[in-house]
Design a protein around this ligand. Structure first.
Ligand SMILES: [Zn+2]
Length: 271
């Protein structure tokens, strides 16, 4: 018997997505820039995106990876759930894919509307923008290098969300943007390849609910130089700034769209 897909786009059942709607949003010029932010090398930044807005993460000067988190800004216990998003959408995201929130909510909190990176796998099977891995963190540096190092994506995300009264406990499994990753065929160990992003490349999404977003501009730069382990070097020369652009769209384009509701059970999970 062939394996059964967790979610079959050709036979979606109740979980459908209006792809032409999101394609129109991604391609529209009926948008105005609401906010533009530059995220310097090795730093993090958090920013709100209102439901109905578009947001781009931009490789301003060339290859650079970043780690992305997103929460319901009104209730940060609701945040995206990398594992369920991976099951529904695939381990790597691109135009038309969505990020789903954790239990007990389970709704799409954002939908990707544009992606200038190639979706063709590398010769090693690596693909871009993954939900497979997580963030670099100071605990891992201590474990693998024996040294204390506070320039990591976990630190950057924790610092970025502190003004919103969130802490390192709120940092969750990330979407790695502009990063090529996969699982090796022998042991299914996570691997990375250098970022293929060129100057001006971007990944764009539509906010389905009011979001607080955060990125860490990864201190590992473009990942061509390992920062941990026996072959480690200094990735600092490969680090580049990233851009964030938030757009308001012509409200007429949102006719018929409604912010998705969480799944509501009529019975208690404790019954
Ligand atoms: Zn990192």
């Amino acid at each position: 018997m062939p394996p059964r897909l967790y979610y079959d786009v050709k036979n979606p059942g109740l979980v459908t997505v209006d792809r032409p709607f999101y394609r129109r949003l991604g391609e529209t010029t009926r948008r105005t820039l609401a906010e533009k932010i530059v995220v310097p090398i090795r730093t993090g930044r958090a920013w709100p995106v209102k439901q109905g807005q578009l947001c781009r993460i931009v490789a301003l000067e060339g290859p650079q990876v970043c780690d992305f988190n997103a929460w319901n800004i009104h209730n940060p216990r609701e945040r995206f759930w990398a594992a369920r998003s991976r099951q529904f959408e695939g381990a790597h995201v691109t135009t038309g894919k969505r990020l789903w929130s954790c239990l007990p909510y389970l709704r799409p909190i954002l939908t990707f509307t544009n992606d200038t990176l190639s979706t063709t796998p590398t010769p090693y099977g690596g693909r871009c923008h993954d939900l497979l891995g997580s963030r670099c963190d100071p605990y891992l540096y201590k474990l693998q290098n024996g040294t204390e190092f506070n320039l990591t994506c976990h630190n950057n995300l924790a610092r970025a969300i502190a003004p919103y009264h969130l802490t390192e406990w709120d940092v969750h499994d990330v979407l790695n943007i502009f990063q090529i990753t996969g699982l090796d065929p022998d042991n299914e160990i996570y691997f990375t390849e250098p970022s293929p992003a060129r100057k001006g490349d971007f990944l764009e999404f539509f906010a389905e609910i009011d979001l607080l977003c955060a990125i860490s501009n990864c201190p590992g730069g473009d990942l061509s130089v390992p920062g941990r382990g026996p072959d480690r070097g200094d990735p600092l020369p490969t680090c580049k700034p990233l851009g964030i652009e938030v757009y308001d769209v012509d409200p007429a384009l949102l006719d018929g769209w409604r912010s998705p509701e969480p799944v509501r059970l009529s019975m208690s999970v404790y019954d």
